[in-house]
Design a protein around this ligand. Structure first.
Ligand code: ZN
Length: 372
């Protein structure tokens, strides 16, 4: 009498087993490798914002560093596109619209709403130096970070392509990353550029145009200092097809009473009087125009982007940018107008990130142009 009972049990188990297999097949079909990227698209940038905020706070190598600050921007009076290219490491870039090829899944391209990363670096040095300045990244960490991008299938694109995407919907490759360097440090040329060349990675420099000499006096490279690039070095990088040059003002990378000269009135040193709003506006417009024209006249390509010193901007600056034709404004870790292309946040890479923190921040990053 027990047979019917016993004969049913194996059948029930078999049905459950088959159901589980069908369920597994269904789930696998619905979530290809996309589950990871979907998660990263939706993740908030709260975590990444922490390090970015730190970077912002100490965004620029400061003269009060442990090492000599005599050559740092601002410490002395100083007068003293890219490309793309890139295909595989070693390839010679020859276009302004390419992208480096990492290990991305074949056929996978960037989809609307997926994150776009704009990395922000400043100065580089050898491990152990500049330990009190988060904005100075160890060059071996930078090498490991570039290797990580390549290995993990990120595609380094010229910043111009991010702009073209935001403006015109021009397609981007899978996991797009743009690389930017603020202030124009010589270490960008001596230390970072050889690594970027190895991978064929395009990058954008934001030098303070009025700080650069045509050619630096002969000197041995000293990693303990924050020497600036000269125009000849930038010429060489631009000629490689990897380097694009954009604006970080002509000479407004300074503060008055703790406020950026891009948003605060200056005191006339001769009269002791604060400039009028009209004078202030004219000063800022004149400076930004000079930076833009200096770069455009030298390289024959439009300057479309302004990286705000200290990441600080206001409504007036945005208005002046429109008048002059900069469409893209880059902040640091924070933006008051996350939907505006004139206040785009970048992922600041800081000394403490190493490759682990870098990878973690990349995965959390969620910025993408509004409506895309
Ligand atoms: Zn700066």
């Amino acid at each position: 009498m027990g047979d019917p009972f016993h004969s049913k049990k194996p059948i029930g188990a078999l049905l459950i087993f088959i159901s589980l297999i069908l369920l597994a097949v269904f789930v696998a079909g619905c979530s290809p490798s996309g589950s990871t990227s979907t998660a990263s698209v939706q993740a908030s940038t709260a975590g990444a914002g922490t390090s970015s905020a730190q970077a912002e706070a100490s965004a620029r190598p400061q003269p009060d560093s442990t090492v000599s600050g005599a050559n740092l921007p601002g410490a002395a009076a100083n007068g003293a596109g890219v490309d793309s290219a890139a295909t595989a490491p070693g390839a010679s870039p020859d276009s302004l619209s390419g992208a480096s090829q990492g290990a991305q899944p074949s056929g996978r391209v960037h989809q609307a709403g997926e994150p776009i990363v704009i990395l922000m670096y400043h100065h580089f040095t050898e491990r152990g130096l500049w330990r009190n300045n988060d904005a100075v990244v160890y060059i071996d960490d930078f090498a490991a970070q570039m290797a990580y991008l390549h290995r993990e299938g990120y595609n380094v694109v010229p910043l111009q392509r991010v702009w073209d995407y935001a403006q015109k919907g021009a397609p981007l490759p899978y996991r797009p990353v743009a690389i930017t360097f603020d202030d124009g440090y010589e270490s960008n040329y001596t230390l970072a550029y050889p690594i970027l060349k190895k991978y064929g990675y395009p990058f954008t420099l934001f030098p303070v145009a009025g700080w650069l000499l045509e050619q630096n006096p002969p000197h041995a490279y000293d990693p303990a200092k924050g020497d600036l690039l000269d125009w000849r070095q930038i010429d060489e990088m631009v000629a490689s097809g990897l380097c694009d040059v954009q604006s970080h003002t002509f000479d407004l990378h300074d503060k008055v009473d703790g406020r950026s000269l891009l948003v605060a009135p200056r005191i006339n040193p001769d009269t002791g009087l604060q400039e009028t709003p009209e004078e202030m506006r004219a000063r800022i417009a004149s400076d930004l125009r000079m930076a833009k024209e200096t770069i455009e006249n030298r390289y024959g390509r439009p300057v479309y982007a302004l990286a705000y010193p200290y990441g600080v901007y206001d409504a007036q600056v945005m208005e002046i940018m429109d008048e002059l034709g900069h469409g893209l404004g880059l902040c640091m870790g924070r933006s008051q107008h996350r939907d505006s292309m004139k206040a785009v946040i970048r992922l600041g890479v800081i000394q403490g990130d190493g490759v682990e923190g870098f990878a973690r921040n990349l995965k959390r990053w969620s910025w993408t142009p509004k409506g895309k």
